[in-house]
Design a protein around this ligand. Sequence first.
Ligand code: 2NM
Length: 357
Amino acid sequence: MTDLIQLERQLLARIASADERALEELRVTALGKKGAITELLKSLGTMSPEERKDKGPQFNGLRDRIAEAIAARKAQLEDRVLNERLATERVDVTLPVADVERGIIHPVSQVLDEITAIFADLGFAVAEGPDIEYDDYNFTKLNIPPEHPARQMHDTFYLKPQADGSRHLLRTHTSPVQVRTMLKQQPPIRIIAPGRSYRHDSDATHSPMFHQVEALVIDEETHLGNLRWLIEEFCKAFFEISNVRMRFRPSYFPFTEPSMEVDIGCDRSGNRIKIGDGNDWLELGGSGMVHPHVLELCGIDPKRYQGFAFGLGLDRMAMLKYAIPDIRSFFESDLRWLRHYGFMPLDIPSLEGGLSR
Ligand code: 2NM
């Protein structure tokens, strides 16, 4: 008995001060095939049943406590190594990284950075909001009351009803971000609202999750001439061309009056669409003067202020500018695709540096 206590004390003392190598040696000498404790356990076989009943639990207890002490010491040593590394190692994130370790910028991120640079230069701020929205902000405050037929156009993903019966939804456009901006800020307003939008729709040109940018301008004297100029300047900067042809077709959105689709001149004679040249037209996005009722619902006096808005599909803009054929490939996370269509992380788009180089 005293031998056992002594053995345990000795082992525990040596374990407590062991380094990793000594610890492994201790483990082998105590618990290995020919280890001291293993031998003790083997000796149970030669004992009388009474003696075994007495010694068995003692030996087993000893084995468990020693194994536990070894594991605890091992964890302590590993922690110490890690903490030492954390305390001494430094990463300079401003240094160039090796090619193999470099991330790649997704075309959608690239195009968003380009668009942000263009609008920032024109004095626009970037506004953001949640992907999960109130029905009120996604529809009602945009002049789309419940039962309005335009709700059917949106193929909305709804969440489970709240206790009060209202249903949150995945925003079907980024317009609720404009609603949020108007509710908390009086004009002048100049913002772009980029982000994810969701509609129940999927084929080669539609993804159930897609990206939009919408621009909103509200001031005391804004008119369609401003809207046209803004879209033209934007297109010249984005497509990096000095001339654009544009045309506006009458359209309908509940939140704008009048509403127009914007087409941009292009050439389709080659195997890819070329923006700027040619005699063909390409639909770029929707636009219009913000409906006075929307302004009113969002706390802005429609007698004093007017504004305009337009919306673009970011994914579509990336497809056009960088000749990417299928929108579904954007969200497959295929690294070969990303290496082919992606961009270098440190080439941050700016108007001075050349947008896309
Ligand atoms: C579009 C087309 C036309 C738009 C309108 C508004 C708001 F909030 F001011 F009413 N936000 N976005 C708008 C107008 C969006 O996207 C195709």
